[in-house]
Design a protein around this ligand. Sequence first.
Ligand code: IDP
Length: 151
Amino acid sequence: MQHTFLMVKPDGVRRQLIGNIVRRFENRGFVLVGAKMMTISREQAERHYGQHKEKPFFGELVDFITSGPVFAMIWRGDNLIEVSRIMMGKTNPLEAAPGTIRGDFATYVGENVIHGSDSPESAERELENFFSTDELLAAGVLSSATDRIVI
Ligand code: IDP
């Protein structure tokens, strides 16, 4: 059993794709255990995409992810991280297979509808960046306020 962080990006929220995306993961058997609509700060965005700091598209990436509300989610399920990445499709939607979220809804790499953690270490870091201790406790990701998240 794993937890992961999934987020409908501002383009997906603007295009009213939240329900469609949630349904895909529920249909697959995964369980939504926490969620909120939020507009993320530049600081949070820069932390989230820290590994891309030196990339030429970093400014565009931070501008985009802070451009409107996102739908941040905590999900639970077996082999969830690997399966959710398959369900999302390749980062560049032009290479994403039809039937995947990006393959069905996107064409431009800078606006590819959904984010999902790519490893247990990323899931832990990203959940802590987006959710408070109380929210992580309510979702069952932590069993006590002094715990560390272990995906
Ligand atoms: P991932 O979102 O599939 O994990 P990453 O390589 O971590 O992919 O890239 C983070 C995000 O950066 C991508 O989802 C995409 O929106 C954005 N990105 C990646 N390459 C480019 C680019 O060349 N131009 C604009 N945005 C990009």
